[in-house]
Design a protein around this ligand. Structure first.
Ligand code: BTN
Length: 249
């Protein structure tokens, strides 16, 4: 991962760019990484916009072809990337790092990174996966309305970090976990992922389907749904945006 690195000064979105490249006739090597100094139409999950100050942060996408992975196991890719990012970031930020399900990277109660995975499925297999990663690194100011929800490495450490060094560490970490997964020896990935979950085992108030309830995040289902145990003890599974956090108890 990252052997074939294409650096762009500006692009709409590295996910879009990589997607276009993969549809050209020339096959791209697996592990190709597209990084951009500036994305002018960076995309987040659910059609959100991803903002990043030019030249300060990491915005990149990488290409995998996990055709050994069945479609119902595709959440393994989210877990792999979340675990890889948190392993690398732990060296810089040893305190307060967690993964907010499904794959936001948090420090304390603030988001420091996000992941947008776009898979192409063929039959029951994953033919191609474009994994877009945005991490706030050296951006020290955010818009006023974001400041209490978003942070960066430099905001926390009061020190800049070399973007290429970090990119290289992330690519290496993703490759290691990916090769383990491919060899079928990555069975602990789910345990690792769950152990890093934001608000794991913390009683909190949530809302779902117009109802408010208290419960604790217990883990995830085999397909990657979020499992929350309400006070009555009957675990409920939720898809993305089917449940909202209200407050810590
Ligand atoms: C999210 O938190 O909602 C996901 C954010 C993903 C942002 C990255 S930046 C590189 C890649 N290109 C995009 O357009 N989005 C992803």
């Amino acid at each position: 991962v990252g052997q074939n690195l294409i650096k762009l000064s500006a692009v709409d979105s590295t996910n879009n760019y990589l997607k276009k490249l993969t549809s050209n006739s020339e096959p791209l090597p697996e592990g190709t990484v597209i990084m951009a100094e500036h994305q002018f139409a960076g995309r987040g999950q659910l059609d959100n916009v991803w903002h990043a100050a030019p030249g300060k942060n990491l915005t990149f996408s990488l290409l995998l072809r996990p055709n050994f992975l069945a479609v119902e196991k595709q959440f393994a890719l989210n877990m792999l990337v979340s675990v890889a990012l948190s392993n690398v970031l732990l060296k810089y930020l040893p305190v307060g790092l967690s993964v907010k399900w499904p794959n936001d990277i948090y420090v304390g109660d603030k988001k420091i990174g996000g992941v947008l995975i776009e898979n192409i499925l063929v039959g029951s297999k994953i033919k191609q996966s474009i994994i877009g990663i945005g991490l706030n690194i050296n951006q020290s100011d955010f818009a006023d309305d974001l400041n209490d929800r978003i942070t960066s490495i430099s905001q926390i450490l009061q020190q800049d970090v070399n973007l290429m060094v970090l990119l290289n560490e992330i690519c290496t970490q993703i490759e290691q976990l990916y090769l383990k997964m491919k060899a079928g020896t990555g069975t602990t990935l789910q345990d690792l992922y769950v152990s890093k979950l934001y608000r794991l085992n913390k009683l909190a108030k949530y809302s779902a389907k117009g109802q408010i309830f208290e419960g604790t995040i217990e883990g995830i289902s085999p397909e990657g749904l979020l499992r929350i145990k309400p006070l009555d003890g009957h675990i409920v599974e939720f898809g993305f945006k089917e449940v909202a956090f209200i407050q810590q108890q």
